[in-house]
Design a protein around this ligand. Structure first.
Ligand code: SAM
Length: 287
């Protein structure tokens, strides 16, 4: 047994590690998921735990079991991704967004194109929709929410949230933009169609799919924490490319981009990285 970060012990014999290598290769071939781009310790521990729960002791046997049923394999991939979210997660950052970043973007653009990358079940994307509707309603803004997990995307399209999802949402927004109803003895909240008009949810794998472009703001929060440093660096470069000049990347509470200047970002405030507006100009001057 070996202690790994997080405190849970899982066995890590040379045989198991060799077996895990084969599992990764086969998973990549069959499902296109490259686990080498995820942090090793966490990924190993989570898959080991899932395998044990399913009653298997070898990763390659577990893969045969998973691959025998398309839905089972998809469910495995979905469970690998942690979907925790809530509306206005880290509210102080949404204050900066509302008071500084979005007004600046709205001064220069009639309508904005936003991307919630790793949107989970949509709480972040709906929070963005509320702010845009508050600041500049009915201007044809577009908000794309993407995730690797199909199941959460279905939930996002429905736009139904629980009480705990809304615990950080300002009371007036909760009242204005959500309709409370009862389901199985629980109070749930459905987002107003006025918000849904701005939103579109699609599957996108940040590690392997081509990136959409032309965004004024990309929120990618609490997603890349599971990825290796190389994968993170590539993703941040892709985001830089996907932003219009003057656009912002909005990251999570515990996240920093140490190489932001090399990538071409400015860092005007914590959690916000800006693609300089003058970039085109600088490039023209250089040529
Ligand atoms: C913890 S949630 C973050 C949700 C939201 N951004 C927030 O901060 O509240 C992380 C999400 O990243 C998604 N994810 C994990 N790997 C991904 C990948 N390779 N491509 C796209 N999304 C991924 C997971 O499915 C999960 O829904």
């Amino acid at each position: 047994m070996q202690q790994v970060p997080g405190g849970i012990s899982v066995p890590k014999t040379p045989e198991l590690l060799r077996d895990f290598e084969q599992f990764k290769q086969q998973l990549k071939k069959r499902a296109g998921l490259d686990l080498d781009q995820y942090k090793f310790e966490q990924t190993y521990r989570r898959i080991y735990t899932m395998m044990e729960r399913a009653g298997y002791r070898k990763f390659t046997d577990y893969l045969i079991y998973l691959a025998a049923d398309e839905a089972r394999l998809r469910g495995f991939i979905d469970r690998l991704a942690i979907n925790v979210s809530e509306l206005f997660r880290n509210p102080e950052q949404f204050q900066i967004l509302k008071n500084e970043v979005l007004p600046e973007l709205l001064r220069g653009n009639a309508h904005l194109k936003l991307w919630s990358a790793g949107s989970s079940y949509g709480a972040e994307a709906y929070s963005l929709a509320i702010l845009l509707h508050e600041l500049a309603p009915n201007r044809g803004h577009q908000i794309l929410g993407t995730d690797i997990d199909q199941e959460v995307l279905e939930r996002a399209r429905r736009g139904v949230f629980g009480e705990s999802d809304l615990r950080n949402a300002p009371a007036e927004y909760k009242q204005r933009y959500f309709r409370a109803f009862q389901e199985n003895g629980r109070t749930l909240y459905e987002a107003d169609p006025v918000l849904k008009r701005y939103l579109k949810f699609e599957r996108h794998n940040l590690l392997s799919d081509p990136y959409p472009k032309g965004f004024h703001l990309i929120a990618c929060r609490n997603v890349v924490i599971y990825f290796s440093d190389e994968a993170k660096e590539r993703i941040f470069r892709e985001f830089h490319n996907a932003l219009v000049p003057g656009g912002y990347l909005f990251v999570g509470n515990t996240e920093r981009i140490f190489t932001y200047a090399q990538i071409g970002f400015e860092n005007p405030s914590a959690f916000f990285y800006k693609k300089p507006a003058q970039e085109v100009q600088r490039w023209r001057n250089a040529s």
